[in-house]
Design a protein around this ligand. Structure first.
Ligand code: 13P
Length: 267
C-alpha cells in the first residue's frame, strides 16, 4: 500500500434514504466541488439502487460508494449484492461493518473482515466501521471494545488497498450527542497505535474517520481533533445545503494546493 500522506475524506452515508428525486442533492454537492475543489476526497455512499444514477449526477467530481457488500462472489444469494456488482454500477468505495448492519443483520467481526477482503478483491476503497455502545462506554470498556473490533474486523491488509477506519460510537449515531474531544483522541489514538503495531509503516495510509451526529455546527471541532483524517456523515449528508457547509469547513482545514481532481482514485 502507498504511504502517501492522508488527504481528508468527507464521506456521506445515505443509509436507507434516497429516491431518484434526491439525486438533485448529489448534483448540488458536485457543483460545490466544481466551484471550490479543495484538497479533499469527497464520497457519498448511496443505496445500491441509486449508484449508477448517482455516478452520473456526481459527474466525476465526487466519488460514489455502496453501503455494504456481500462477502461472497456471484452465486445463489437472493437479495445480496457483491463487490463486483458495486464496481460494475460505478461505485469506487464501500462501507462495511456499519453498526446498523452489525445490529440488524447480525454481522460479526469475521463477516465484516470477509466483506473487506471481497471489496479489496474488486479494488473498492473500504470504510470499516466500529464503535462502542453507550453501556460499554459507561462501563469503561470503549477502548477495549473498539480495539477488539479493529483486530477482528480488519484482515491483513492487501498491498494497494485503500482503507479507512470509521469510529462511530453507537450512542452518538443519530442522537445529536458526540463524544468529547478527549474521548475521540483516546479511541483513535488507541486504534492508530494498534495499526502501527500490527502493520508498521504500511498502516500510515489508513485513514481514521469519526462518525456520529456530525453537523455543520460541530464539524470544525471534530476535524481539528488529533488523529481525525475525515468524517462519515449520516443525516447531514442527505441535504446538499448541510453537506456542502461541512465541505466548506473541511476545505478551510485542507485548502487546495493546485492538485488535479482525482476522484476516480478515491477514497
Ligand atoms: P448520523 O450522522 O446521522 O448520526 O449517522 C452517522 C452514521 O451512522 C454514518 O455512517
Amino acid at each position: 500500500m502507498s504511504e502517501e500522506p492522508t488527504r481528508t475524506l468527507i464521506a456521506g452515508n445515505w443509509k436507507m434514504h434516497g429516491l431518484r428525486a434526491q439525486l438533485d442533492e448529489i448534483d448540488a454537492m458536485a457543483c460545490s466541488v466544481r466551484e471550490r475543489p479543495g484538497n479533499l476526497d469527497v464520497l457519498v455512499c448511496v443505496p445500491a439502487t441509486l449508484i449508477a444514477r448517482a455516478v452520473q449526477a456526481a459527474d466525476g467530481l465526487i466519488a460514489i460508494g455502496g453501503e455494504d457488500c456481500s462477502a461472497e462472489e456471484a452465486g445463489s444469494f437472493t437479495g445480496d449484492i457483491d463487490a463486483e456488482m458495486l464496481r460494475d454500477a460505478g461505485a469506487t468505495s464501500v462501507i462495511v461493518g456499519h453498526s446498523e448492519r452489525r445490529r440488524w443483520h447480525h454481522e460479526t467481526d469475521a463477516i465484516v473482515a470477509a466483506k473487506a477482503k471481497a471489496a479489496w478483491q474488486q479494488d473498492l476503497a473500504t470504510i470499516i466501521c466500529l464503535g462502542e455502545t453507550g453501556a460499554q462506554r459507561r462501563d469503561g470498556n470503549a477502548l477495549k471494545v473498539c480495539g477488539e473490533q479493529l483486530a477482528a474486523s480488519l484482515p491483513t491488509i492487501k498491498a494497494g488497498a485503500r482503507i479507512s477506519i470509521a469510529y462511530e460510537p453507537l450512542w452518538a449515531i443519530g442522537s445529536g450527542e458526540i463524544p468529547t474531544r478527549d474521548d475521540i483522541v483516546a479511541v483513535l489514538g488507541h486504534l492508530r497505535a494498534a495499526l502501527d503495531t500490527r502493520f508498521g509503516s504500511a498502516a500510515r495510509s489508513i485513514r481514521m474517520l469519526y462518525g456520529g451526529s456530525v453537523k455543520p455546527g460541530n464539524a470544525r471541532e471534530i476535524l481539528d481533533t488529533p488523529h481525525v483524517d475525515g468524517m462519515l456523515i449520516g443525516g447531514s449528508s442527505l441535504l446538499a445545503v448541510e453537506f456542502n457547509a461541512i465541505l466548506d469547513i473541511a476545505r478551510e482545514r485542507s485548502p487546495a494546493v493546485n492538485c488535479p481532481l482525482a476522484q476516480d482514485k478515491l477514497s
